[in-house]
Ligand binder design. Structure first.
Ligand SMILES: Cc1ncc(COP(=O)(O)O)c(C=O)c1O
Length: 393
């Protein structure tokens, strides 16, 4: 990915084809926002959709459930499905990745396959899910990263065997921004009869994802970051055959086929991925996500990827020129919009940036900068200049 392919000729001003959307994200009036990998910026369309929900709540109360709100849930499942290449019947809604993981974890049989394989770079809520089941005999296998940037698929292959129930790992590592080849991970798992679950929270919205091409069994992602929908709403993809067969042992009425029979003696799960749903979805979050998707769908993830990849390369190059040593994947095509800059006191670095109106984040040993399509090269210049006055680069 060259700079020229994503950023236009007017590079001195940092302009690119998607910079026109920036005016719809008011945070840029007062700040330089470089933290989408923590929380996507609030867009005007997202705010309008949330307001629409409040207006309906005020005007119609619960009667809005029967037509508009129920339909909004269906619309969201369908739009989530499109963005990951699934069918709407393969999508369940959940309030967080941790809850989505719980429903999957409670649907697996660990008797003959007690092992779950994760990597040391995955977001730890994945590991916690199965560490919590240690007393039941579930064994977590953590595959180490040799460079703290990525994990060789060969190392994952060595950890997977015929006692492995599941390989659960990231599409994009939150620790390095490196993109993992999830198709190869799924192949490795399948060869041993294990299933694959992908935490794609840091991927969906910024890099194209196709669950069918990748051959994964489960995938989760959500609104918080690259889908611009804020907290409280995520998707769980469950491959069609599993969505009809697996039965989670935690349950709620939204997973029930005859939800409105209100019969405490009957228990019949939906015939699709909705059997992984539990209780009433947070509608404000659903509406916020629909608004966020209005941007993502209008632009399209391939176009977002082109611009974000070019911005990432610009940030990496400028950081190196300024004397930083970004911890990123060696090849540009394996990088995403998360750039880790090793800094002695990252929390102080982030506070120093914030005092200058630049919003970034700290992770152990690093300041984390995270460009998206609404950023421009001038944001990188401002952030690096300000950070250099703190680090003395
Ligand atoms: C890759 C990844 N997975 C999961 C989470 C958190 O998931 P949740 O809080 O929805 O359970 C995060 C960060 O917020 C993340 O970066």
């Amino acid at each position: 990915m060259t700079l020229a392919s994503g950023l236009d000729a007017d590079a001195s001003a940092g302009a690119h084809a998607l910079a026109r959307y920036r005016s719809e994200f008011p945070i840029f009036r007062d700040a330089v926002y470089l933290n989408t990998c923590s929380l996507g910026a609030l867009g005007d369309r997202t705010r309008r959709r949330i307001t629409e929900f409040f207006d309906l709540w005020q005007a119609r109360g619960a009667s809005a459930w029967y037509d508009v709100w129920w339909a909004a849930l269906g619309e969201l499942r369908a739009r989530y499905a499109r963005i990951v290449g699934a069918s709407p019947e393969e999508i369940a809604l959940a309030p967080s990745v941790s809850v989505a993981l719980s429903t999957v974890a409670e649907a697996l049989d660990y008797r003959r396959r007690p092992r779950v394989v994760v990597t040391s770079l995955d977001f730890p809520t994945i590991a916690y899910q199965w560490l919590a089941k240690r007393a039941r005999g579930v064994e977590l296998v953590v595959v180490e990263s040799p460079d703290q940037i990525s994990v060789p698929v060969e190392a994952i292959a060595r950890a997977v065997d015929d006692r492995t129930a599941l390989v659960a790992t990231s599409h994009v590592y939150f620790t390095s921004g490196a993109i993992q080849d999830i198709q190869r991970v799924a192949d490795v798992a399948r060869k041993c009869g294990a299933l694959t679950l992908i935490d794609a929270y840091q991927a969906v919205g910024q890099v194209p994802v196709d669950v069918k091409a990748a051959g994964v069994d489960f995938l989760t992602a959500g609104g918080l970051k690259w889908l611009l929908g804020g907290p409280g709403i995520v998707l769980l993809y469950v491959r069609d055959e599993l969505a009809r067969r697996l039965a989670p042992t935690i349950a709620g009425w939204f997973g029930q086929k005859n939800q409105f029979d209100f019969d405490p003696r009957a228990f019949e799960l939906h015939d699709d991925a909705r059997r992984f749903e539990l209780g009433t979805p947070a509608l404000a979050a659903v509406y916020a996500q629909l608004g966020g998707l209005d941007y993502i769908d209008e632009i399209g993830v391939p176009a977002i990827r082109r611009v974000t990849a070019a911005l990432t390369e610009d940030l990496v190059a400028r950081a190196r020129e300024s004397g930083f040593r970004p911890k990123v994947a060696p090849r540009a095509e394996d990088r995403s919009g998360i750039v880790m800059l090793p800094v002695a006191d990252p929390a102080a670095g982030v506070r120093h940036l914030a005092a200058g109106g630049i919003i970034a984040d700290a992770r152990p040993g690093h300041v984390r900068l995270s460009p998206f399509f609404y950023n421009v090269q001038d944001d990188h210049v401002s952030a690096l200049e300000r950070l250099a006055t703190h680090t003395g680069h």
